[in-house]
Design a protein around this ligand. Structure first.
Ligand code: AMP
Ligand code: ZN
Length: 470
């Protein structure tokens, strides 16, 4: 499999450290608000990545965190903790907010068939490990203390900023943000932040009462569960600058080893061309969209674009996706219902679609081409419903399996009505046969031509009438 590695800035052959074993960490949700569909798009891709790797025989160990402390409203280590701010607004304990939002996170992800990671570590559950990590950095001279806060000294780590396409020269950082006067260099970042006595979430440390900087948790928790060098690390494109560069700096400074071999970043879901974001107020929560939309339709929309290309959300694009989903569902419904016949030319098409699907996914997780390969196959299937029944069953299984790798759960009922297309067409075929028996040929022909207008073709065979999609 080949993946675009943000570290190498090119598509590379993916070779895990240990044959067929993949250690994967993805940055997860800051649980101060419910997930919006932009968050869900990014998580859908990591889910597809894991599903595909497992489908190809890899043993994937997947860790995704929940951020429940230290993510400040301002990326330059200023502002208020997002969890505390929201908890105060709601007049509840921060941990009550966290507990409830984690539950709600799964309520949102489960219907989208975003499978669960193997472990969901929380930042607040790993403060001891964080303090150990910081002590190490401090002892090795990579961290300095000012007034009870600890900062990473980027001048001690010459390769700082490997991921960012724009270098963090001190002048541009200083021009962009108001630099914290405690920092020796503008691009230094907070590892541990001193907490005033009234602060809601704080822990004792060798540097006094405080709480961790946001970047620390991902380095500490990924290495605790996956080892000092990871195979894959993923996040949204907003994490590339700062968050992931800081993760690399603090991890590699401490271990002297490569922190992660392959870095993946997903592009944004946008609304009218603008990033969907909680702070922007232009977000659509997963739970709100699912009140009125089939979750599998949302899921197909989310993955039917390349993960490195941003996609705009609107009603029209959902309608287009609905046509696609209906086409897939109709095809598998007719496969299930088809009486079967003698021809057996579908077997090579089955091998071909699997090959094309793998080729697409091996090419930097090209889900668009993977869906396209299945749609091509469906076109062939629709005109081959007179195949042997066992081959039709294999074709059915193939569509279910491949769409399943993309996380699309299919059933044979058409979502817009209670009955399947097959049921309805079967009914019309019976009615036509009755009309013909009663010598009402004109009406019978009308049924046939009306169905043809809907791309449903009837064929009269010696032992009955069969139908196929044109
Ligand atoms: P957050 O809870 O804000 O840290 O975001 C959780 C995940 O969603 C991160 O991987 C972000 O990069 C990602 N994310 C945030 N906004 C968007 C968006 N508009 N489109 C796609 N992914 C996003
Ligand atoms: Zn992270």
């Amino acid at each position: 499999m080949r993946l675009y590695n943000s570290l190498a800035r090119q598509v590379e052959e993916f070779i895990p450290l240990e044959d067929k074993k993949v250690r994967f960490y993805s940055c997860g949700q800051t649980v101060y608000l419910d997930a919006h569909i932009g968050n869900a798009r990014t998580y859908s891709f990591w889910d597809v990545l894991v599903r595909y790797l497992r489908y190809r025989g890899y043993d994937v160990f997947w860790v995704q965190n929940f951020t429940d402390v230290g993510h400040l409203t301002d990326d330059a280590d200023a502002g208020e903790d997002k969890i505390i701010q929201t908890a105060k607004d709601k007049k509840i304990e921060p941990m009550v907010l966290v507990e409830s939002n984690i539950k709600r996170f799964f309520e949102d992800m489960d219907p989208l068939n975003i499978q669960r990671a193997d472990i969901y570590p929380r930042a607040t559950g790993h403060i001891l490990e964080m303090i150990d990590f910081l002590q190490d950095l401090f002892d090795k001279g990579f961290a300095y203390e000012v007034n009870g806060s600890l900062y990473f000294d980027t001048t001690k780590f010459p390769t700082y900023g490997q991921l960012s396409p724009t270098k963090y020269d001190d002048e541009s950082v200083g021009a962009r943000i108001a630099v914290n006067p405690d920092k020796r260099n503008p691009r230094d970042f907070a590892l541990w932040i001193r907490a005033p006595p009234e602060h809601l979430m704080k822990w004792n440390s060798p540097w006094g009462l405080g709480y961790p900087g946001w970047h620390l948790e991902c380095s500490v928790m990924s290495q605790k569960y996956l080892g000092e060098t990871l195979d894959l690390h993923a996040g949204g494109i907003d994490h590339l600058n700062l968050h992931h560069d800081n993760e690399i700096a603090q991890s590699e400074a401490r271990t002297g080893k490569t922190f992660c071999n392959y870095w993946l970043h997903a592009a944004f879901l946008t609304v009218n061309g603008e990033r969907m974001g909680k702070s922007k107020g232009n977000y659509i929560l997963v739970r709100d969209l699912l009140k009125e939309t089939d979750p599998m339709l949302v899921r197909l929309f989310l993955i039917n674009g390349h993960y490195r290309k941003s996609v705009d959300f609107n009603k029209e694009v959902l309608q287009q996706t609905q046509v696609l989903l209906d086409r897939i569902k109709t095809s598998i419904a007719s496969l299930k219902q088809a009486p079967g016949g003698k021809k057996s030319d579908l077997s090579s098409a089955i091998s071909e679609v699997k090959e094309e699907f793998n080729k697409a996914m091996d090419d930097d997780l090209n889900t668009v081409n993977a869906v396209h390969a299945v749609m091509q196959f469906i076109r062939i299937v629709n005109s081959s419903l007179d195949n042997q029944k066992n081959i039709l069953n294999k074709a059915y299984e193939t569509i279910i399996t491949l769409m399943g790798v993309l996380g699309i759960r299919l059933d044979t009922t058409v979502p817009t009505s209670g009955a399947s297309i097959s049921d309805l067409v079967g009914l019309l075929i019976q009615l036509r046969a009755d009309l013909r028996k009663a010598k009402q040929y004109e009406l019978g022909d009308k049924i046939r031509s009306s169905l043809l207008e809907l791309n449903i073709q009837l064929e009269d065979k010696p032992d009955g009438t069969i139908w196929k999609m044109k």
